[in-house]
Design a protein around this ligand. Structure first.
Ligand code: IPE
Ligand code: IPE
Ligand code: MG
Length: 233
């Protein structure tokens, strides 16, 4: 079948811990395997011609995890991206971070800024990493800024302008792995008309076939946005 590509695909990469547990490994081994899959998916999306890919890497709730795991996750992300900066530039992939990055350790913050600056001119695929991201936190932060700017007339467009990345189009498709069927505080404002796709596959087992299946399913969806579509079969 011919695939109708989403402009913006967002992924809740879930199931790393369970993948490791099933193999008698430490949870962090699942995160390592998951990072490799994130790299593959990014490449597949770039090759397909997708414009925006958002990956949920760390939520505002993930601080509840053991300190060691949290530290490992940040270190893994930094090491992984640092080693692949040349590759990202060659493939013209622009990195942007979305979330309360200002709350992170200074070193991590500086690294995020460095990666954004180094890939600022890249224009094939926009890779957005949701880091210390929470949909509610994003809305709270937007409201604070709106109050600070003393705006009185509020509408959808104003709120959008105050989100972390206002130029980012809403995700057309949100994929979640590992069988959980919830958003877990991901893109709450932006997901109002997103198509949702859930698969039982754990993130470290996510494959190109799985991605194709999700895109095929998306291609079959009829998006109505509350309206009536003429000639709908
Ligand atoms: C997703 O895998 C990675 C992050 C949330 C950072 P999990 O670590 O949530 O894996 P499970 O859900 O425990 O299997
Ligand atoms: C969502 O996964 C967050 C990320 C993938 C970064 P979680 O594993 O944290 O979600 P819950 O706790 O199962 O809802
Ligand atoms: Mg999980």
């Amino acid at each position: 079948m011919s695939i109708k590509l989403p402009e913006h695909l967002a992924i809740i990469m879930d199931g790393n811990g369970r993948w490791a547990q099933q193999r008698g490994l430490n949870r962090v081994e699942g995160h390592k395997a998951g990072a490799k899959i994130a790299e593959n998916v990014t490449r597949w999306c770039a090759d397909l011609g997708l414009k925006y890919l958002t990956l949920y890497a760390f939520s505002t709730e993930n601080w509840k995890r053991p300190k060691e795991e949290v530290r490992f996750l940040f270190q893994l992300m930094v090491d992984y991206l640092k080693d692949r900066l040349n590759l990202l530039q060659e493939e013209s992939i622009r990195i942007r971070f979305m979330g309360r990055v200002n709350e992170l350790a200074e070193e991590t913050r500086n690294f995020c800024k460095f990666m954004e600056d180094e890939t600022a001119e890249c224009n094939r695929l926009n890779l957005i990493i949701a880091l210390n991201y929470g949909g509610r936190a994003e809305i709270v932060d937007a409201v604070k800024k709106i109050l600070n700017d003393k705006l009185e007339h509020i509408d959808d467009a104003i709120i959008r302008r105050y989100l972390y990345l206002p130029d980012l189009p809403d995700p057309d498709l949100i994929v979640r792995t590992s069988g959980e069927k919830r958003l877990s505080n991901f893109l709450l404002w932006q997901s109002s008309y997103s198509e949702l796709y859930f698969t039982d596959t754990l993130w470290p087992d996510f494959s190109k076939d799985e991605l194709t299946k999700a895109l095929e399913e998306y291609s079959r969806r009829k998006r109505r946005y509350g309206a009536v579509i003429d000639n709908e079969e």
